[in-house]
Design a protein around this ligand. Structure first.
Ligand code: HEM
Length: 446
């Protein structure tokens, strides 16, 4: 459509709401950074997941959003979210070992994901990444013999994402119509998915509250519970905590493991690039220990692979819809308050004006061709930009690095016997663009 109208910025109506979509790098960057464009729409499907009110961080705006975003970032960091923290790194290392064990020697519950030298992705990866987030939220993880619980959460989250259209979609224009066409309008799927996520969060909160001790705070949930006691008439409520936990668990159950799975899919298709990563890891880390965050700066190729997958396969393709909070102008056009704003970061991350051969997999684009070191600047917008920048960015990059480098240290990955690999035509659309599950051949490295 952008090509048809010869404009990277498109204007239209979704129902009666004016809507702007940006499709190239420059306009998307401008949209993400514009101060008047930092609101979130108040839509039916968002309320559906938060007690018919507006709570959490992901879909809120104004003072509640500003306070809760600041508070959560500050205190999550204390438990290793996005910063170096020994306890967190030890826990992640244990999780990585569990994954490597699952490939080598699957227990009964993992057998559906490991068969005759092949592994099912992203499925096998979900529990480890959810556990990394749980570690910062509660100071604990779910043991391997109960990983089914985490797989259940991941199933509910995927259902949620597949049924949630980024701009809201038809069900937001005429919410009543869901009673007539429940399946067509995705409302039934959304309600079921929300229930699945909420059940997981409710159970977690019940456990945390029962064992709460204000003198021994174990993770972010305890810090929030302590704040609730100190400030009874504030935004620190049961509802806020429940929705915020869902906000954190949703990307951890999908965006992060899916990025690592896609990295392995690309490397299976590009054995030369996989060889380069193997060589780099062998030279820097060897085989006697697992890679740690200390190795990150010495493994530029591995890091470049992750950057490239985030760019080429931007799974939060249309980001999270923004909203205009006051009348303004954008690129010479009047934009009324309330306009929906959709930044197509998937397209921006492939814009040929910024990324040469933007549709091709080329981790080398992030390396200095002379020195082989990682370029300082990564213009990719996979995590957004500005005030709404994803607060999970550093945490995600660190965790993905630890998993990908350990998997490549120990295994080689190749296209499976059935020959199926995720392709752009075959992705499942939704709030997140996700691959169908796929098998890869896996061989222990000699
Ligand atoms: C590969 C992993 C991830 C990707 C690609 C990603 C991407 C994004 C994007 C594009 C946005 C929207 C930015 C905007 O509105 O302009 C976002 C927001 C957000 N992300 Fe992530 N994310 C990832 C992982 C995580 C993780 C692990 C967490 C938490 C545990 C997280 C928590 C959030 C929250 C709370 C917001 C809303 C921020 C706000 O509205 O202020 N994300 N993310």
């Amino acid at each position: 459509m952008a090509a048809k109208y010869k404009s990277p910025v498109l204007g239209m109506y979704v129902g009666s709401t004016p809507t702007i979509i940006t499709t190239d790098f420059a306009s998307t960057r401008e949209l993400l950074l514009k101060p008047e464009f930092q609101g979130r729409p108040d839509i039916f499907t968002v309320r559906l997941r938060s007690f018919n009110e507006l709570w959490g961080v992901l879909f809120t705006e104004g003072p509640l959003w500003a306070e809760q975003r600041r508070f959560s970032l500050r205190h999550l960091r204390d438990f290793g979210f996005g910063r170096r923290f020994d306890k967190m790194e030890a826990a992640t290392e244990e999780e990585v070992r569990t994954l490597l064990d699952s490939i080598r020697c699957p227990v009964a519950a993992e057998k559906g994901m490991v068969r005759d030298g092949e592994v099912l992705l992203p499925d096998l990866l979900y529990p480890g990444f959810i556990n990394a987030t749980l570690q910062t939220l509660t100071g604990e993880r779910v043991a391997r013999d109960r990983h089914d619980k985490l797989r259940g959460l991941s199933r509910a989250v995927r259902l949620f994402q597949r049924h949630l259209e980024p701009s809201g979609g038809a069900v937001n224009i005429t919410p009543w119509a869901r009673h007539l066409l429940p399946d067509t309008l995705s409302a039934t799927g959304l309600e079921r998915a929300n229930q699945g996520v909420q059940d997981f969060v409710d159970e977690l909160l019940e456990r945390e509250k029962l064992s709460f001790d204000e003198n021994a705070l174990r993770g972010f949930v305890d810090v929030f519970l302590a704040e609730m006691r100190k400030r009874p008439d504030s935004h620190f409520t049961d509802k806020q905590l429940a929705v915020m936990l869902a906000d954190f668990l949703i990307p951890s159950s999908t965006a992060v493991p899916i990025t690592v799975a896609m990295a392995l899919a690309y490397l299976a298709q590009h054995p030369d690039k996989q060889d380069a990563a193997h060589l780099e890891i062998d030279a820097v880390v060897g085989r006697g220990r697992l890679p740690t965050l200390d190795d990150r700066s010495s493994l530029p190729y591995t890091e470049a692979i992750l950057r490239e997958v985030l760019r080429l396969d931007t799974n939060t393709a249309l980001s999270v819809t923004h909203k205009c909070t006051q009348d303004t102008f954008f690129r010479g056009y009047f934009v009324p308050k309330g306009t929906l704003l959709i930044p197509n970061i998937w397209a921006a991350n492939r814009d040929p004006a910024v990324f040469e051969k933007g549709d091709e997999f080329g981790p080398e684009r992030f390396l200095d061709s002379r020195t082989g070191t990682l370029k300082k600047k990564d213009p990719t917008m996979a995590f957004g930009l500005g005030k709404r920048l994803c607060p999970g960015e550093t945490f995600s990059r660190q965790t993905m690095f630890l998993y990908l480098s350990a998997l490549l240290q120990n295994y080689s990955f190749a296209v499976s016997a059935d020959g199926y690999l995720p392709s752009e035509e075959d992705m499942i659309p939704g709030f997140l663009v996700t691959p169908k599950s796929f098998w890869l051949r896996v061989a222990a490295r000699p």
